[in-house]
Design a protein around this ligand. Structure first.
Ligand SMILES: Cc1ncc(COP(=O)(O)O)c(C=O)c1O
Length: 485
């Protein structure tokens, strides 16, 4: 095992900069010399000096080079056979994963509430999905995880599946029994892929839900920037077993990545890995302790509750992540959207996600300090106090979440086939040629190849009216939709 205290890639960047190189290569700002003063203000001189292109001797050229060493250190830190740094987020990881699966066969079993990047990946790769329904929480109106039985059932319906794909933990911090799901997939001789975008920290603390790789998942997509503290857009993909061919994964990652990966993003992964490996457990211990106290304080605010270990009563949930502070606002009579908007407007407190029933605050691995917790509690308390002073509002009625129908054709056939543009209001009954995912949380409501129902269209309209937006449609205003001709 190597020394996790090292940061070979960061060191190589700093060394290059300290050598005062003559810069006659890209990027065109050449160490900040040609940067607009606003960019200097934004990124700082150090950031500009360390914005170094690919293929530099001593950084990512030669064998082994610091770029490779940094990824080997990450593989060891997370317990992977091999790890790749991604500069285009877990979204890129999901796209590369779909391409990889397509090398092994054309069909895949997929948890239905996957992130929209998985749908994009299936379009790119031409995969035919069979969906496995997650457990739905009818009270909160959110989807939890997949049960092993639900996965088994979907695999029965798709005997030629090349892989099974799950998402855990969810946006709301519910974690699946990944070990049992891996057993189900492996019993059929196929690999399990886990989108663990929200769980890069799980490996570093014994009281957190078991990390997917540790539970036997074969390929794990990890959005390192979300909780572990690398720069936005940087992520990793971990290979857990020989059920996937590393050379194929490698090829699919190259295909989905720029040939000019950003050195600052990449360096931030090296640094975040060091921090997680060396200090992760201590940081998490403190954050978990502070958040236990924070939950009690939030629960004491009239009308509020929090999601906590009671989540474990759900059949599909075998662990919960305390770093997601999911606030159940139903008792206030207002929506999560309203509470989140008030916290922002009154206290400049910005939350990660809101829905009809909940508002979610996210903490990073080491950001659960008492002062920050206080700021959150005060912001939420101010929002609820404001609600109490308002005349009781009639809470907006939301359309129920749209039913997930069987696809009429594959996502790729619909997305790339003959199509026409119709007005949003006239799209009912047509086969959608584009995915529609209300954000947050970015879970597709419609997939290319699915028939657009009135309920689905109403749900999307409601989400937009309540401050959400929709990703996937060519017409971002959603005046029109592309449908199969
Ligand atoms: C489950 C899941 N997977 C993948 C992604 C995409 O991650 P990124 O923003 O790093 O591309 C997200 C983003 O929210 C997500 O929630």
């Amino acid at each position: 095992m190597r020394d996790q205290d090292q940061t070979p890639y960061v060191d190589a960047l700093l060394e290059f900069t300290q050598s005062d190189p003559g810069r006659f290569n890209v990027p065109g700002h050449q160490g900040g010399t040609g940067a607009d003063e606003s960019l200097q203000l934004l990124v700082g001189q150090t950031g500009l000096l360390d914005d170094i292109p690919a293929l530099i001797e001593g950084i990512d050229v030669g064998e082994p080079n610091p770029f490779q060493e940094a990824q080997v250190l990450a593989a060891e830190a997370w317990g992977a056979k091999r790890t790749w740094f991604l500069m285009n987020g877990a979204s890129q990881g999901n796209q590369a994963m779909c391409m990889t699966v397509a090398h092994m066969g054309g069909e895949i079993v997929v948890q239905r509430n996957v992130h929209s990047s998985v749908i994009d990946g299936m379009i790119m790769a031409g995969l035919k999905p069979t969906f496995a329904a997650p457990e739905i929480d009818p009270d909160l109106g959110v989807a939890h995880c997949l049960t092993p039985d639900a996965l088994n059932d979907a695999l029965d319906r798709c005997p030629d599946a090349a892989a099974a794909m799950i998402v855990s933990p969810t946006y709301f911090g519910a974690s699946a029994n990944v070990a049992a799901l891996a057993e189900v997939a492996h019993a059929r001789g196929i690999p399990l892929v886990a989108d663990e975008a929200w769980g890069a920290h799980l490996h570093f603390h014994p009281s957190l839900p078991q990390a997917a790789l540790d539970a036997g998942a074969d390929l794990v997509i990890s959005s390192t920037h979300k909780i572990v503290g690398s720069l936005t857009q940087s992520a990793m993909i971990h290979l857990g077993s020989d059920r996937f061919d590393g050379a194929i994964v490698d090829r699919c990652i190259s295909m989905t990545e720029s040939t000019s990966p950003n050195s600052l993003l990449c360096g931030s992964l090296d640094a975040a890995r060091r921090q997680a490996a060396i200090y992760g457990e201590a940081m998490l211990t403190e954050t978990i302790r502070v958040l236990a106290h924070t939950r009690e304080k939030i629960k004491a605010i009239p009308g509020l509750d929090v999601l906590d270990e009671r989540l474990l009563d759900r059949e599909s949930v075998s662990g919960w992540d305390p770093l997601r502070l999911t606030i159940d606002v139903r008792g206030t009579g207002a929506s999560g959207y309203r509470v989140a908007a008030l916290a922002r407007d009154l206290a400049n407190v910005n939350l990660e996600l809101a829905s009809d029933t909940v508002a979610v605050a996210v903490f990073g691995m080491g950001t659960g300090t008492p002062a920050r917790a206080r700021r959150l509690i005060d912001g939420i308390a101010a929002a609820v106090e404001h609600l109490e002073a308002e005349p009781p509002a009639t809470k907006p009625e939301f359309a129920p979440p749209p039913p997930w129908g069987e696809p009429a054709m594959t996502p790729r056939e619909a997305f790339l086939g003959q199509q026409e543009v119709v007005s949003f209001s006239e799209a009912e009954g047509r086969i959608s040629a584009e995915p529609l995912a209300t954000y947050p949380p970015g879970i597709p409501n419609v997939l290319p190849g699915e028939i657009l129902t009135r309920e689905t269209l109403d749900f999307i309209t409601d989400s937009i009216d309540h401050g959400g937006y929709v990703r996937g449609a060519a017409d971002r205003e959603l005046t029109t939709l592309r449908v199969v001709a």
